[in-house]
Design a protein around this ligand. Structure first.
Ligand code: XIL
Length: 321
């Protein structure tokens, strides 16, 4: 059988999100089909430093070791986010104090993995979804202000002169969020803030976005002249808050999913000159965050391999072109 990474060698790196568990349970699929990995949770602030001055690197180290052992590229995810940041970070502090904590965190983690990680999501999901505001309200904006992004990227560049620095977000094909992301990054570039790429999460569903919407978004982001990465792709079988539960995916759903994957990958290939990697948010359907989010215990089947680790129709669709 053809492998994903071989098929896409001329295009971009093919990645998958892994955990300390799946580097064991899904090792064969990971090393056969992918040439890049991302830690699902293990490198987030709350996993690395749940209490002040208490770094614990065991899980993240295990994944870095797995990447080295199998010659896999490793993406860093993520330094600065409104979720999965431990409460102590925002307590008893002010703008200067929080900037100092952020700088210290970036330095410590960046240095530890500087020889393992080729790109970092420096800031994750800082743009608002709806409404008039461009920036999402969070403790970062409340305590530091909207320039927290600029600072995070400058701290990261100081620590990592040769690592690609990314801004990463979801709903990246939705208007006006799409324009807000574009304008924010453009503003950073105009101010001379060091940034190398934009991460497009691509948590989509079989219903939307359509191929046109994806293509229009790439047209826009490509104008930034930066690298683009698809960082967290999965294709849900359900509309966002649909409470339907199914015992198994129907053939019709599997076909719609194959179409959605096929259409998206067609656009990724068209933009291969700026697309640096495409990462799936998980390996196989037996281990996906979409079983719990946004509807708890709604089994979903959003990936390219089924619960038995066999390739699905979506897999065949993206390798047959
Ligand atoms: C998710 C993980 O997959 C879950 O295990 C965790 O409980 C919550 O976070 N956007 C991101 C990722 O940038 O870090 C999120 O990962 C999914 C949405």
């Amino acid at each position: 059988m053809i492998t994903l990474k071989e098929k896409y060698r001329e295009y971009f790196k093919l990645g998958t999100a892994v955990s300390v568990g799946t580097i064991k349970s899904h090792a064969e699929l990971i090393t056969t089909h992918f040439d890049s990995i991302t830690c699902t949770n293990e490198m987030k602030f709350s996993s690395l430093c749940p209490l002040e001055n208490s770094y614990r690197f065991e899980h993240a180290d295990a994944i870095a070791q797995f990447a080295r052992d199998n010659s896999l590229a490793l993406r860093g995810h993520t330094f600065t986010w409104h979720n999965q940041t431990p409460p102590w970070v925002f307590e008893n502090t002010n703008r200067e104090g929080l900037l100092a904590r952020l700088k210290n965190h970036i330095e410590v983690v960046a240095k530890r993995y500087q020889n393992d990680i080729y790109c970092w999501d420096v800031v994750n999901e800082a743009i608002a979804d709806k409404g008039q505001d461009v920036m999402r309200k969070s403790p970062w904006t409340d305590i530091i202000g909207e320039d927290f992004m600029d600072h995070a990227f400058r701290f990261a560049r100081e620590a990592l002169p040769n690592t690609d620095l990314y801004y990463n977000d979801y709903n990246e094909t939705h208007s006006p969020k799409r324009e807000h992301i574009y304008n924010t990054i453009k503003g950073m570039l105009d101010r001379g803030v060091p940034i190398d790429g934009v991460g497009l999460q691509c948590h989509i569903s079989i219903y939307s976005p359509d191929q046109d919407q994806i293509r229009r978004s790439f047209e826009l982001y490509a104008k930034l002249g930066l690298k683009l990465q698809i960082t967290e792709m999965d294709v849900s079988m359900f509309r966002h808050e649909d409470e339907t539960r199914l015992p198994a995916p129907t053939p019709e759903l599997l076909e719609l999913q194959a179409k959605a994957y096929g259409a998206a990958f067609e656009v990724f290939r068209e933009y291969k000159d700026c697309v640096d990697s495409v990462t799936l948010w998980g390996v196989a359907d037996d281990d996906t965050w979409l079983d719990y989010f946004p509807v708890h215990n709604r089994k979903n089947w959003p990936l390219l391999f089924d619960e038995q680790h066999a390739p699905k129709e979506a897999f065949h669709r993206i390798v047959d072109f």
